[in-house]
Design a protein around this ligand. Structure first.
Ligand code: PEP
Length: 259
């Protein structure tokens, strides 16, 4: 971790109705200290239906947790049944939006082009995209991991200005490590997050590479976060399963205190 501010994000996927979401958020907030808020940015990414109730709780109780979304469309409005537009999320003070998560790419057919449109739409509405990239096990075993991640990062950031990239987040998530309990070793995670930063430097310049925050995602737990966060190109984590448990997620945010 360099001098970029760490960002730990919880992707709740399709879990928690709005009552469960509020309870989970309140339990998480109860476990966090002022020192945590000074040192680490934390965000939660609930299902769309939970965003408005969580916004009310966060703002009423002044909780040190940013609101995130898991996806959005790229248009501001229109005939797109079932979709949610970026300005709707901005209106609820959403700060971060995940785009191009591997589950959206694999299960819902999102292309690099779609992801790039989403990145640009999110930036247009002054929110921060968390652009996801990562390889399958087959691609890793075939020695194609770097090329795949390079392609996803270049395409996802196509025609985005360097100063905007500098404020963004990119999550490197090896697909074989998501929800499997199998984490990349901290050296492998560092190597791939370093690749992400090199690609950003090449495509958007040194300032963009120095500013962009790179998260690692894939079975992050309280027991492995501390070591991951010692790596120079890892600035945070995108956490799925462990973020559903407020105890575990608080301990991940408090990575500095873990044994
Ligand atoms: C994710 O959902 O992006 C993720 C990394 O999940 P998990 O932490 O459960 O592997």
């Amino acid at each position: 971790m360099a001098d970029r501010r760490p960002l730990i994000s919880g992707n709740w996927k399709m879990h928690h109705d709005h009552f469960e979401a509020i309870r989970t958020l309140q339990k998480l907030a109860y476990r966090l200290t002022n020192e945590d808020a000074e040192l680490v940015d934390a965000s939660v990414h609930p299902p769309f239906i939970d965003i408005r109730p969580l916004q009310i709780v966060i703002e009423t109780d002044d909780l040190p947790i940013a609101l995130g979304a898991q996806n959005c469309h790229w248009e501001d409005k229109g005939a797109f049944t079932g979709e949610v537009a970026p300005p709707m999320l901005a209106k609820m003070h959403v700060s971060y939006i995940i785009c191009g998560h591997s589950e959206r790419r694999e299960l819902f057919g999102e292309t690099d082009d779609d992801v790039n449109r989403k990145v640009k739409a999110i930036l247009k509405h002054e929110m921060t995209p968390i652009l996801c990239c990562g390889e399958t096990l087959e691609e890793r075993e075939a020695g194609e991991a770097e090329a795949k991640v390079e392609r996803q990062v270049r395409a996802g950031l196509d025609k985005v200005k360097g100063d905007q990239v500098a404020g963004m987040v990119i999550a490197y998530e090896p697909i074989w490590a998501i929800g499997t309990g199998r984490t990349a070793s901290s050296d492998d995670a560092q190597a791939m997050c370093g690749t992400v930063r090199r690609v950003v430097a090449d495509a958007h310049g040194a300032d963009a590479a120095a500013g962009v925050r790179v998260q690692y995602g894939g079975s992050v737990k309280p027991t492995n976060i501390k070591e991951l966060m010692t790596m120079p190109d890892i600035d945070g984590a995108l956490v799925g399963g462990a973020s559903l448990d407020p105890d575990d997620f608080a301990r991940i945010i408090q990575f500095r205190l873990q044994p």
